[in-house]
Design a binder for this molecule. Structure first.
Ligand code: DP6
Length: 350
């Protein structure tokens, strides 16, 4: 291994966030999930990150949107330390990182998944360049590295749908890294996500504090069992194009996550009055049209409306007739199921 092979050479990746269908909520030491989760990776929203390795040993520089971000640099320094067991050469180099999101910070889209996904891909890329990982193990390594930054990021290094967490019925599933779920019926590979942004306030509860609420949660045991059962349904649901089961599970998971938070000690309420209104409108629409519109929420107030391509005209009508008249600020971001991360064609400007 010749470290010089990666010095001052750009490694750049684009990676999108994901929306969880079966939620990861509750973790064990070592950044391991208490139960398996399944998500869909998005396409349009993305983080683009470029990493340069320098000879300024263990110096970490981080810029976001072109501006130095020393606070983030501190978090990244401890992240890089935590992955140096997997990438021992990191101890011999400095790291300069430049990152940007193409979605506004205020969009309420969780950015830790795409941020750590993109960074992990750059690190795995350098590891590959050093001849330390082959093509087949590249994405599993990237997923493992991403997980150590943020659990949900492990799923963002795959396009389509990904599963993270040991699930006996799914061969190859692991707590250490996510796997892509395949085959996926085209109603799902062409799935849309209309993100109804009802609030762009900063999260009141960090993910880590949220997961910690599960450590002494009275319903933890039954929740983990429920997540295991639902995750084990997903390969078949996705392969067959079973929209009914998909929307039932997706809705139950989004509402169930908030129910768990509301039943925590202390209770946490992340719903906005408009979240509830949007949910009720979606329920009305489902009842009136009998269409399998699915919706979900992560640990925040914004509502993700998931629907297949065939429902697009009906959903445009939903947006016009149901969402537009809502009082209050509602912003809509239209995204869809993505094909997965892409390497950036970056210039070597060092
Ligand atoms: C509600 O992955 O953000 O979005 O591992 O502490 O970084 P950390 O947590 P994070 O948790 C995501 C929680 C969720 C559900 C999900 O994405 O599965």
């Amino acid at each position: 291994m010749e470290i010089a092979a990666i010095l001052n050479k750009p490694f750049g990746w684009r990676c999108s966030p994901n929306i969880a269908i079966v939620k990861y909520w509750g973790k064990l030491p070592g950044q391991l999930p208490a139960s398996p989760s399944v998500s869909m990776t998005l396409d349009q929203s993305a983080t683009e990150t470029t990493v340069w390795f320098t000879d300024r040993k263990q110096v970490v520089e981080f810029e976001f949107d072109g501006n130095p971000a020393p606070l983030f640099a501190a978090r990244i320094r401890s992240y890089l330390e935590s992955v140096s067991g997997l990438l021992p050469w990191l101890l011999q180099v400095g790291v300069r990182i430049s990152s940007r999101n193409n979605f506004p910070h205020s969009a309420g889209i969780a950015s830790s998944a795409s941020a750590f996904g993109a960074l992990a891909l750059c690190l795995a890329d350098a590891h590959k360049h050093l001849g330390l990982v082959d093509g087949q193990q590249f994405y599993p390594l990237a997923s493992r590295l991403a997980r150590l930054g943020s659990g949900s990021a492990s799923r963002s290094v795959f396009g389509g749908f990904a599963l993270w967490g040991e699930t006996p019925s799914v061969e190859g599933s692991s707590n250490l890294e996510a796997i892509a779920l395949q085959p996926v019926h085209q109603v799902f590979s062409r799935m849309h996500d209309m993100i109804v942004v009802v609030s762009d306030q900063k999260k009141q509860v960090s993910s880590s504090a949220g997961h910690a609420l599960m450590n002494r949660h009275p319903f933890a045991g039954s929740r983990y069992e429920q997540a295991r059962q639902r995750a084990s349904l997903m390969p078949d649901v996705l392969a067959k194009g079973d929209l009914e089961t998909f929307s039932r599970v997706t809705i139950a998971e989004g509402l169930g996550l908030h129910a768990l938070m509301l039943a925590s000690d202390p209770p946490v309420n992340l719903l906005h009055p408009l979240s509830v209104e949007v949910i009720q409108l979606a329920d009305q629409f489902r009842l009136q049209t009998r269409l399998p519109l699915a919706y979900t929420l992560d640990a925040g107030p914004n509502v993700h409306l998931l629907y297949p391509e065939e429902m697009k005209p009906e959903m445009d009508r939903f947006s016009r007739e149901y969402l537009a008249p809502l009082s209050g600020t509602v912003k809509i971001i239209n995204d869809f199921c993505g094909a997965g991360p892409q390497p950036l064609s970056v210039q070597n400007n060092d």
